[in-house]
Ligand binder design. Sequence first.
Ligand code: WTA
Length: 648
Amino acid sequence: MTESTAEQAETFAPPEQFAATANVGADEYERAEADYLSFWAEQSRDLVDWHEDFGEVLDWTNPPFAKWFVGGRLNVAYNCLDRHVLAGNGDRVAINFEGEPGDSRIFTYAELLAEVSKAANTLTDLGVRAGDRVAIYLPMIPEAMISMLACARLGAAHSVVFGGFSADALRSRIIDAEARVVITADGSYRRAKPTSLKPAVDEALSSGDTPVEHVLVVERTGQDIDMTDGRDQWWHDTVGQASPEHECEFFDSENPLFILYTSGTTGRPKGILHTSGGYLTQVLYSMKAVFDIKPESDVFWCTADVGWVTGHSYVTYGPLAAGVSQIVYEGTPDTPHQGRWWEIVEKYKATILYAAPTAIRTFMKWGEEIPAKYDLSSLRLLGSVGEPINPEAWRWYHRVVGGERCPIVDTWWQTETGAHMIAPLPGVKSTKPGSSQAPIPGISVDVVDDTGENPAGPEGGLLVIRQPWPAMLRGIWKDPERFKDTYWSRFPNTYFAGDGARRDADGDIWFLGRVDDVMNVSGHRLSTAEIESSLVAHSKVAEAAVVGAADETSGQAVVAYCVLKDSRDDDGADLDALVQELRAWVGKEIGPIAKPKHVFIVNELPKTRSGKIMRRLLKDTAEGREVGNTSTLADTSVMDAIARQLRD
Ligand code: WTA
């Protein structure tokens, strides 16, 4: 049996009961294809509460700059909160928060509306107005979502910076976005001990040349922190005292909702800009079609941190706009024990779980007897996101977590796409372990060869998106040229995603990983260039090359090759110390997730005659493969020397 027929043989039809009650049926694909603009207009009017209806569905007269739902006015926070309360669902639980130490807090929709109103009133007092930017540097606590929604309510864009990023990373994002206010916490609980956040904010702002006027500090751990007079205020002294009434204004469909920085192929992170009406439409449609949300009965749990796009679309905006109850968990899956996730599923009777393959692979390693101790029978649908899910992990997820009764939606999308793009509709498709299968209705993608003109052959090619989509990024913050260059210059009028993919004989899509210098470590995007520039900023490093090497658990691991400025540093026991120093350096410069798993000190890097580093060869070595074709190297002995050094 050839590989592709083996793939096709193993499919899982939707359970009968699931298909019978699914929100969306097979006819939706055809309806969307017949007229995708009318389809999206219909979805938008159906799912979003527009204060003023839109006229034109899409303005694509100046590609790649799109305007969706032109002239419409809405408030995204109103859609997430007020409308549910006005519809009589104020008593429904919006957030079941579970802190790592075991504390829990519950917010109904009415309570969450009051909290968001208080935060919006406080931000107004601090001078935040529509069109401003607010940086949010918080752990996974309800205040993160409350802060995001308070910004949305005021028409100010938030820029959430993942709490695991360093002071430097925070500082550059604050400056690029020109944020006037930072919202942070003293710290949070991670692996059973308090970690700190506020000192990183102090360091980021220490030079005094940032646009930040105010810092709001949530008390989470009670640890000792410095408060700067005139700049820093406690959340409980301000938001805690503010009025819970806030009348919201309505903004243009294209009003910026958020900027989220993500790694690209060059050193500097890109500020991906999302706006309001189109983003909310597609996020809500994916909640309905891909997650099959039934707001009255589902308990949704997306395990992502709000520091990533998955947390924006499927922790904050999607579930709340859909009016469903959800779970938010602060900590790690193994604290205080390796059954923590399953304990949470059991406690809150989660019906939908959305997680990354790297987590699934970790649970596989820990053993299936752990989830087996808990009652997971409330689950009815599982989701995967962030990286390709290998068929083995898919099957384990299906069998052990889903009890063979839950469809799995493997959702492909990006920070740039804002919402799901490619995923099986769970009541329609027979799913296949490892394949994301097909674009959702209203989305048009292709897998093409290098020229962009022909469909790729069976070995695969490049994923492109043919038509604009409602939740598409509207640009890179303050850098329209980079936006055009990065995504729209490779093929005319077509979005280049940077992912390799192939289609099987059924036409189903399988992802093959990035085709550029972006790495995917535990479902988190990192750029090789960004880590390289941090390494060469170290006083002892002359040159560095970073590759993402295949890793059993994290998908890819960061592996760095460094050439030292002074080869005298390069011997004996000092070398080990230096390797540790360089790893720690990257952790401090960018954040712990960027820390290389391995740092190899080498005498030379493999380069072409024109001086380009051949990362492909370094990747071969890092993955323990026979090194590929070295004929284009300026000095073909370099790879032998590296291999020899690594052996020693
Ligand atoms: C990868 C995360 C295969 C892909 C939502 C993409 C995936 C990058 C999948 C975006 C999936 C995400 N299968 N690969 N289901 N989901 N990716 O911006 O390489 O953090 O380009 O958005 O993750 O990562 P980002």
